[in-house]
Ligand binder design. Structure first.
Ligand SMILES: [Fe+2]
Length: 134
């Protein structure tokens, strides 16, 4: 079950708070799918998540630009990859509805990717920002 824990903290409040919201929206989508909610409801939760993904990634990218972060290009590529995958899920959902294979794919793609991205890529950004403040 996807949940924010202190282990996911990157040490920067603005980013942590957005990650909490992001994780709660991913969890909302996965739980709607797991509960076998209908296509309209699942689509709504996916759209709700997709909106927040755009907002969150652009915030991180603004922070990286403001601090001339050397890992910007690589980090942004990861964001673009995820955004494309979310788009792919939306297309699949529109075509086939909330199937169980889509639920499994969403779990892997959203939950696993996100935890990994936060733990590795965003943590590196957080460490850089904390260092820059010293
Ligand atoms: Fe990120």
């Amino acid at each position: 079950m996807l949940k924010w824990t202190d282990e996911l903290s990157v040490g920067v409040d603005e980013i942590d708070n957005q990650h909490k919201e992001l994780i709660s929206r991913v969890a909302g989508l996965l739980s709607a799918m797991a509960k076998g909610k209908g296509k309209d409801e699942v689509t709504e939760t996916l759209d709700f998540l997709a909106d927040y993904v755009v907002f969150h990634f652009s915030s991180e990218e603004r922070i990286m630009r403001e601090h001339a972060y050397p890992g910007f290009t690589h980090h942004r590529q990861q964001h673009l990859f995820f955004t494309e995958r979310v788009k792919g899920l939306r297309d699949r959902l529109a075509q086939e509805g909330p199937s169980s294979s889509l639920a499994i794919q969403s779990q892997r793609l959203l939950s696993d990717w996100l935890v990994n991205h936060i733990s590795v890529i965003d943590s590196a950004l957080g460490a850089f920002l904390i260092d820059a403040k010293r």
